[in-house]
Write a protein that binds this ligand. Structure first.
Ligand SMILES: C[S@@+](CC[C@H](N)C(=O)[O-])C[C@H]1O[C@@H](n2cnc3c(N)ncnc32)[C@H](O)[C@@H]1O
Length: 260
């Protein structure tokens, strides 16, 4: 397994991809699911470039609090800049398995596209439970990468590329076990919802337009697959789109749970 480095360049790529209408819509639905309210104290685990925090900050308002952690100093710095106008945000460099907060500090903990990178989920969820107030909620969004449907004439190559891409995560299938993991951690599951993203053409302002380049770059530079295979795989998708034969979909799975 070779992980992605979450540096400034990755932050810029993430912002481009996460500001596409696909992911803006996904984030809006996720915020709705959390039920975040004015005055609440919220912790976001793995804030990345701070897009979710920037969406929740105006909702909790200055009587509330948005705290956030990320293991990457570059992401923290981008997120601080994005949320500078919200004085009630507070971002710290820290690992998801060691949250630098007192017990029972938060009404809501959120995390999107982070826990699939975390090897010790028992420790991470135990920390979520510890920092939640009794009755507090947690909402988590992650991807099972087996949920990807990408039209192709070369299924073997598609499988090779997607298997290689799985290597950038500790658990590319986390949603299928997340409910049980939450319950084991002492959190009662209250809701599950799948948010599908669908693209029928390939362009720069859709989710698959961004992830195509990220996958191509990763498999060519960090796995045993050759640059030529990665290039041919990406070229097929561009050619399909030019012919009007493009199809991509992926499921984001959201779990909600409460601390009893
Ligand atoms: C794919 S990005 C998602 C960012 C953000 N949650 C979003 O959805 O816009 C994953 C983020 O998780 C962070 N991350 C990965 N493993 C982590 C860990 N063990 N502790 C804290 N942050 C972690 C990375 O630094 C990166 O910013």
């Amino acid at each position: 397994m070779s992980q992605i480095t979450f540096d400034e360049e990755t932050a810029r790529g993430l912002v481009r991809m996460y500001m596409t209408p696909d992911v803006v819509g996904q984030r809006a639905r996720f915020v709705q699911l959390t039920g975040v309210r004015p005055g609440e104290h919220v912790l976001d685990v793995g804030i990345g470039p701070g897009l979710l925090c920037a969406d929740m900050a105006p909702i909790v308002g200055e009587q509330g609090r948005i705290a956030g952690v990320d293991q990457s100093a570059a992401m923290i710095s981008v997120a601080r800049e994005r949320c500078a106008e919200f004085g009630w945000t507070d971002f710290r460099e820290s690992d998801a398995t060691e949250l630098p907060f007192e017990d029972a500090s938060f009404d809501l903990v959120t995390s999107t596209q982070v826990y699939e990178y975390v090897p010790d989920m028992a420790a991470a969820l135990s920390e979520v439970r510890r920092v939640l107030k009794p009755g507090g909620r947690v909402w988590i969004l992650d991807t099972d990468w087996d949920s990807v449907t990408w039209a192709t004439d070369d299924r073997a190559r598609m499988r090779q590329v997607m298997d290689a891409w799985d290597g950038h995560l500790f658990d590319p299938h986390l949603p299928s076990t997340l409910g049980a993991k939450l319950e084991t951690a002492g959190l009662r599951v209250t809701g599950v919802e799948v948010i599908p993203l669908v693209n029928t053409s390939l362009h720069g302002h859709c989710y698959s337009g961004g992830i195509l380049g990220a996958i191509q770059g990763y498999v060519a530079s960090q796995t045993d697959l050759s640059t030529e295979v990665a290039q041919a795989w990406a070229d097929e998708q561009r050619a399909r789109s030019a012919r009007g034969e493009y199809f991509f979909s992926i499921n984001r799975t959201c779990f909600g749970a409460v601390r009893l």
